[in-house]
Design a protein around this ligand. Structure first.
Ligand code: SF4
Length: 382
């Protein structure tokens, strides 16, 4: 019998990428491949990339260059396949930039329903949607992953049932914007519109249908929580413009849903939020936080913040500091803005905040939110 072919996967970036890699592995195994113990033993190497910052792309490039050196002298070189967010550069450009790459794989070709190969035996990631219809100006996701597609409810529930049968009791639902699950409405035309120079950006909120009755994401959570073998249910990422009252009530009625909510704010300045095309104000954000705190007393919160976004003045930054003091996030992923080619911010704005100032602002928020023992942190929200 011939020896089965082997694969090896490198994964960069967020949980969505980790979940995608589990499905890429499942796709390989369904075709008779086996996972190689080391990269040297692999017939095919998949590099699942992240484009959130330039440094993330640089790490993938450097890995590919190292692999190129490593396998240069080999007669029977492994095939190198690139997938993930870097494919927004386009196949032609990538193959020129990285000549050692043999193939570009859009992650959508793997699909939701390839069986995931999971390492964890208790906790599982389940993708419920892919792509994004929100056009936050700094973000490459709408270009790299395309329009938002929600996975059918029955397929998600079937996967939950199967996981429970196999002994899993913790689930995290993943998607770029989980709480817009089932509400997408735009087609491919918008992507073309976005790419046209100087075009006014579509507002992110306008790209979703208004939920009539119970929002589809709430229906999904209710259905999953009927299965009492699920002891812990989490979801990420949520966005403020779809964080409905129904969702808050749903969290309240299901003790299985984790009380830690990750709700990205990105900035506490309305001017910056508008330039980011985030579709809410800091007051809207605080309103959600207050509702969560009033209804769910043991709720804790995390967030994402970008400092040094183009045009961010000291005053804008101080608005973020002020909001941080009001909200009291337990944790924040604070990123220093770096322009991503292809995004609206890259086209429309100058990266005019110096690296030194970005670092200072980053440090202030790190100390305030992530190192609270270093300074006083108020708890009262007004
Ligand atoms: S919601 Fe905004 S930040 Fe999140 S993936 Fe979509 S465009 Fe990017």
């Amino acid at each position: 019998m011939p020896k089965p072919k082997t694969y090896f996967i490198f994964t960069f970036g967020c949980q969505m990428n980790k979940s995608d890699s589990e499905r890429v592995a499942g796709d390989y195994q369904s075709r008779g491949y086996r996972e190689a113990k080391t990269v040297d033993q692999a017939d095919e190497i998949v590099i699942n990339t992240c484009s959130i910052r330039k440094s993330a792309e640089d790490r993938a490039r450097s890995l590919i260059n190292n692999l190129a050196k490593k396998f240069k002298q080999m007669a029977d070189k492994p095939k190198i396949i690139l997938t993930g967010c870097m494919i927004h550069h386009g196949e032609e450009k990538l193959l020129t930039m990285l000549p050692f790459v043999d193939e570009i794989l859009p992650i959508s070709e793997v699909g939701f329903n390839s069986a995931a190969i999971r390492r964890d035996t208790i906790h599982a990631w389940i993708p419920i949607s892919a792509g994004c219809n929100s056009f936050c100006t700094y973000c490459i996701v709408p270009l790299s992953r395309g329009r938002e597609i929600s996975r059918p409810l029955k397929d998600i529930l079937a996967e939950v049932k199967d996981l429970v049968k196999r002994g899993y009791s913790e689930i995290t639902l993943v998607g770029q914007n989980v709480n817009s699950y089932g509400l997408e409405k735009v087609g491919i035309g918008l992507r073309k519109l976005l790419l046209r120079q100087n075009l006014k950006l579509p507002s992110n909120v306008s790209q979703y249908k208004q939920a009539k009755g119970k929002p589809p994401f709430v229906q999904l959570l209710d259905k999953i929580c009927e299965n009492k073998a699920i002891k812990k249910l989490r979801f990420m990422s949520s966005n403020p413009w779809d964080f409905s009252d129904e969702l808050i009530d749903c969290i309240l009625r299901h003790p299985q849903i984790d009380r830690f909510i990750h709700l990205p704010v990105q900035s506490g300045s309305n001017r910056t939020l508008s330039r980011m095309n985030r579709g809410y104000t800091w007051q809207d954000y605080l309103n959600i936080v207050n509702k969560l705190r009033q209804k769910i007393p043991n709720v804790t919160l995390g967030t994402d913040i970008i400092v040094g976004f183009p045009g961010e003045t000291d005053r804008d930054f101080q608005a973020t500091v002020k909001l941080a003091k009001k909200v009291g996030w337990q944790v924040a992923f604070v990123a220093r803005y770096s322009p991503r080619p292809g995004t609206a911010a890259w086209r429309l704005y100058k990266d005019d905040v110096s690296a030194v100032v970005k670092k200072q602002r980053w440090q202030i928020l790190e100390n305030l939110i992530n190192q609270p023992h270093l300074i006083h942190r108020p708890k009262v929200i007004k």
